[in-house]
Design a protein around this ligand. Structure first.
Ligand code: SF4
Length: 460
């Protein structure tokens, strides 16, 4: 009983967060920066922040994560971090030769008020940025928002610095995939190409955070969106932004800066959200959906029909990031499950409305909570008050699952205590099949474990 002090009585809190359902902004900014080819992310703050951000990503992806740090000391906290960042830019280009350095701020540099635009201009004026190389930045104060906000801010920063409108349109579509796994980005590319869409995906962490083992360490793996392609995003015909919280800001920036019209979709997680994604691609390419994609969809529908009797009316609690939660809620409703508690620590527009739309009129009693006090403690209290049949969320849910003896499916970020999850997509039809199988296995493992000997069956 690790969380034995949690009570079922929910007290309204205004200034206290207990076990937040989110993590800090720079982690998302760092992950987005890794989706640019030959990019070295840089943390403008103290070494401890950078070590934490890198280790959280490494523990989730089981890959080395490179990043520089401005290594603030007491002096930087008093006089500002300009001198440290200028020195860091010189050192990183000299020693590690990246094509681009993506700087994100931290709580400390934001509190000091370091002006990143001015410092980066100064670095350029002083010749610290070699010709053809880039330094970009995003402001990521962690006392606002969450890791998803940081991801969104860095993707917007990538567009702000790199996208250009040359005046000559290219027959291509930008896809901003949102904060999803490298395998998800690969799946989005596979389907887009199959649908006849010439896609320009950024950021793209496939072959960076899941690079194949070759026996040789590559400081810059072969993956990541090339800078040249990001530059051409300003000439694309349109942009598809997947997941409003993570991707909408960059799409709107591209619209404003380069007049590339955009459409924002929910993440293609589950049957209905994937249908919308495929339909959006179909509208852009004008081709019929290839037979093998229709077959993938058909297999998912068949699988749902086989599993439906076990899913029916099961109560589910979910926590995590807004974009994932909205699509997952819709998928659970498709399975005839009942998402009753939905909690995110990440602020963002229209979360409750989007969840209500995903629920339709299926679960009127659902409790939706968002913000600093929408934390793991509150979720545990809600579950204690009225239990659920399943919990879905990141690694931190395991404490609640164990204390309340609930089947638990790991989904989202971070997953620190399992290996391999980032290699399998959860987006699109194939991803939905994997999710449905994981959910049913968790529910049935529990049923097996609790079954009395006389009803411990081979066929369930
Ligand atoms: S919350 Fe702020 S101080 Fe803490 S690790 Fe994140 S950026 Fe650094």
């Amino acid at each position: 009983m690790l969380l034995r002090h949690t009570t079922a009585d929910v007290m309204e809190r205004s200034a206290l967060t207990i076990n937040p359902a989110k993590t800090c902004q720079p982690i998302g900014a760092l992950y987005a920066a890794l989706g640019v080819h030959n990019c070295l992310p840089h943390s403008h703050g103290s070494q401890g922040c950078c070590a934490y951000h890198r280790s959280t990503l490494t523990r989730h992806y089981k890959e080395p994560v490179m990043a520089g740090s401005s290594s603030f000391t007491e002096g930087s906290a008093v006089f500002g971090g300009q001198a440290n960042l200028l020195q860091a830019i010189t050192n990183m280009f000299a020693m590690y030769n990246p094509d681009i350095i993506a700087v994100h701020t931290t709580c400390l540099s934001e509190t000091i008020g370091d002006d990143l635009v001015q410092i980066i201009s100064k670095a350029r004026e002083e010749g610290k940025v070699p010709p053809g190389k880039h330094v970009i930045h995003a402001n990521t104060p962690s006392y606002i928002g969450s890791h998803v906000t940081g991801f969104s801010n860095m993707v917007k920063g990538i567009v702000t610095y790199l996208a250009e409108n040359s005046g000559r349109k290219r027959n291509q579509v930008n896809i901003i995939p949102g904060w999803v796994e490298p395998s998800d980005m690969r799946e989005v590319r596979r389907l887009s190409r199959a649908m006849g869409v010439n896609c320009n995906i950024f950021p793209d962490t496939s072959d960076v955070m899941d690079a194949p083992q070759t026996g040789r360490h590559e400081f810059y793996p072969r993956g990541g969106a090339p800078i040249e392609e990001i530059r051409h995003s300003g000439d694309s015909r349109s942009t598809l932004a997947l997941g409003p919280t993570a991707s909408e800001a960059a799409a709107l920036k591209l619209e404003e800066k380069c007049e590339v019209r955009s459409e924002v979709l929910e993440l293609p997680i589950g049957l209905v959200a994937t249908d919308r994604f495929i339909n959006a691609l179909r509208h852009r390419s004008g081709i019929r959906v290839p037979g093998f994609i229709t077959d993938e969809r058909g297999r998912l529908v068949d699988m749902i029909a086989d599993m439906h009797q076990y899913f029916y009316r099961k109560r589910v609690a979910l926590f995590g990031d807004p974009d994932q939660l909205v699509s997952l809620t819709e998928f659970l409703v498709t399975l005839d499950m009942r998402p009753v508690y939905i909690v995110t620590g990440t602020p963002g527009k229209r979360f409750e409305t989007r969840i209500r739309e995903a629920l339709g009129d299926s679960v009127p009693e659902a409790q939706i909570r968002q913000g600093p006090q929408a934390d793991m403690f509150l979720l545990h209290q809600m579950i204690k008050k009225e239990g659920v049949d399943l919990l879905i969320g990141n690694t931190y849910g395991k404490y609640i699952a164990r204390d309340e003896d609930i089947p638990f499916v790991r989904f989202g970020f971070p997953i620190l205590d399992r290996v391999g999850h980032s290699y399998f997509p959860t987006v699109a039809y194939m991803g939905a099949m994997r999710l449905a199988e994981k959910i049913l296995s968790a529910v049935m493992d529990r049923q097996d474990r609790n079954a009395p000997e006389e009803s411990f069956e081979l066929t369930m």
